[in-house]
Every structure is written in C-alpha cells, then in structure tokens.
Design a protein around this ligand. Sequence first.
Ligand code: NI
Length: 169
Amino acid sequence: MSVLTIIEFPDPRLRTKAEPVSVFDAELKQFVADMFETMYDANGVGLAATQVNVHKQVLVADMSDERNQPLALINPRLVQKDGAQVYQEGCLSFPGIYADVTRALKVTVKANDVDGNEIEREFEGPLAVCIQHEMDHLAGKVFVDYLSPLKRSMLLKRLEKQRKQAATA
Ligand code: NI
C-alpha cells in the first residue's frame, strides 16, 4: 500500500468531473486500499479520488472514533435527500480551514462496492455530511463553493497566510 499525494486548493484539477468506474479489478481494490491509507495517514474522515488526482468515481470515508468503520463507495448516486443540517466542515485539500455548510440531514445513495455489486445505503447526520462533501468532489465541487463571496475570500486569505507561515517555519 502507499500514501498518495493530496492536491490542495486552488489546484484546478480539483474542478475535474470524475468518470464512472466500469472495471472492478485488483487495480481498483489496490487504489481503494491506497485511498484508505492516505485518508488515515492525514487524519481525515473522508477522501475522494479527485483529491489524489485520479478522476474516477471513488470515495472513502470513516467517521468512527476508533477508525475502524471503513466505507468505500464506487459510482455513488444520490437517490433521495431529506431535511437539513448545519455542520462545520473541513477538507484535506484546504488544510486548517473550517466553515459551516448547510446540507441534507439524511441521504440515500446507490453505489457499487469494490466488487461491483449494486448497493443502496442510507446515511444520517455527520456521515451524511461527509458523503455529500465527497460526492461533491467527484463532481468538481468544493465546500467553499457554498459560502458567501465575503466569507470565502476571508477563508482563502487565511489559507494563503498559513501556507506562507508554513513555508518560512
Ligand atoms: Ni474535501
């Protein structure tokens, strides 16, 4: 297994729309294993293939405290959403940046598992936030797209400042 490089905003490759996966082979399983390793290594709760510059519809997530509930969704499609919640989100492509985003409280998602089987899952609360956030990445969207222009520019300035500090530290 290997830890992959996570691309960071404003890298334009984050805007790429991912292609559906049609071949469920050993290479795909290896890629999913690498995505989990990359996510756990970065202490993230979710990761989309887009963020490691692979433009295929693959996402991984684990919101458990024990980091023992890995979830991989291939070709996820939203089939139903209900309610609303506000949750403070972060993103491995925006290190150190957090913002409140409003999303559906509950979502039903159809997807494939790593073997290509059709699955349907319901998610609620923080895990529903995570799945919606990662599905956005696969569509070339990022969480700051939901913020007001003023709030977004404030956060992006902070991101720049942190980068400069990190570079001189
Ligand atoms: Ni993200």
